[in-house]
Design a protein around this ligand. Structure first.
Ligand SMILES: NC(=O)c1ccc[n+]([C@@H]2O[C@H](COP(=O)([O-])OP(=O)(O)OC[C@H]3O[C@@H](n4cnc5c(N)ncnc54)[C@H](OP(=O)(O)O)[C@@H]3O)[C@@H](O)[C@H]2O)c1
Length: 308
């Protein structure tokens, strides 16, 4: 019996990479997930060797430089990991007739629109991270016109500890005041929904730029209030602040909600949040969050007892 060709996943230690690994296994899809130590996407030789060794039918590039604020003073590395490396991966995949999927971001837009951004809207990034993502989109599709580039936004999932929703819950559980931007509108995206939609698109042989985000848009502050309400915490613990009051180094679009002219594949944000809570309750991650390490880039944090 011959083994089925696998899906090769990069960035296996990341939130998205781990979710791909888990959901491929659940769907019975052969897969090989690689960490940076096993496959550094900036290393052309390692990429060629991995393609030879695993003979995948699809490469999912879930690796990347994701620290939006750090990118402002680390542009060369951000460009290498977010643009040059995916471009090189796409070239190698095209040569080997392997399908390729990589991720872009709502931060390719400048936020001047007041209706949801769709795939053919013109990118105009405000910061380094968004610029590297836009450069990546062009490089990938030049090198591999059959590649799939998924723009997505504000990821949250039940199996990692460092996303906005999970971190807000931790803060609320310890009685902290959550300070979140009231003037920045995004389309939060539930990672399991994103992964399933990506796998479906890749299996169907779809290509080009797709927008995948849960239906609906919200400010970070309103998202935090919804999280509080669903988690049974007082919404008064959430303080909406202007983004200029947060320790954001990079400029972000005031409005970057994603819609699609190709097909709205993901369910509503409300349903996604309900399933997030159910899944957290059902997994070992749902233990008492008190005492765990906080990690946040999307908002500020002050303890209630330290407020003026
Ligand atoms: N998170 C969001 O809200 C969001 C929104 C839109 C788009 N995206 C995109 O979605 C993708 C995945 O994001 P994520 O949230 O899963 O990020 P994440 O949790 O920070 O994971 C990033 C992963 O990339 C790996 N990595 C970085 N440089 C690498 C390299 N040179 N070679 C191999 N692996 C490397 C990291 O490995 P180490 O653990 O070794 O550092 C880590 O496994 C990224 O392209 C990101 O830009 C994310």
């Amino acid at each position: 019996m011959t083994c089925p060709q696998p899906i090769l996943i990069t960035g296996a230690t990341g939130a998205l990479g781990r979710a791909f690994e888990r959901l491929c296994a659940e769907r019975g899809l052969a897969m090989r997930a690689t960490t940076r130590a096993e496959l550094d996407i900036t290393d052309a030789r390692a990429v060629a060797a991995a393609l030879d060794r695993y003979e995948p039918w699809l490469v999912v590039n879930a690796a990347g430089y994701v620290r939006v604020d750090d990118a402002e003073h680390d542009a060369a590395r951000c460009y290498r990991e977010n643009a040059l490396a995916p471009g090189m991966l796409a070239r190698r995949c095209a040569r080997a007739s392997v399908a390729f999927l990589s991720f872009s971001s709502d931060l390719v837009f400048d936020g001047r629109k007041d209706t949801q951004y769709v795939e053919h809207d013109a990118p105009a990034p405000l910061g380094v991270y968004g610029w590297t993502k836009y450069e990546a989109e062009k490089l990938i599709l030049d090198e591999h016109p059959g590649a799939l580039v998924v723009r997505t936004s504000a990821l949250f999932g039940p199996w990692d500890e460092h996303n906005f929703v999970t971190t807000v819950l931790r803060q609320l559980a310890t009685g902290d005041i959550v300070r979140a931007a009231l003037d920045t509108i995004v389309s939060p995206t539930y990672i399991p929904d994103l992964v399933h939609a990506c796998l479906d698109l890749a299996i169907d042989g779809e290509c080009g730029v797709w927008h995948l985000a849960n239906l609906g848009s919200t400010s970070w502050a309103d998202l935090a209030r919804t999280v509080a309400r669903l988690g049974g915490y007082p919404t008064e613990l959430v303080e909406g602040v202007r983004s200029c009051e947060l320790p954001w180094r990079a400029r972000r679009p005031a409005f970057s909600a994603l819609g699609s002219s190709r097909g709205a594949l993901l369910p509503s944000l409300q349903l996604a949040l309900e399933r997030y809570y159910r899944e957290r309750r059902n997994t070992s991650h749902a233990n008492d969050p008190r005492g765990k390490v906080f990690s946040s880039t999307a908002y500020g944090r002050v303890r209630a007892d330290r407020r003026a």
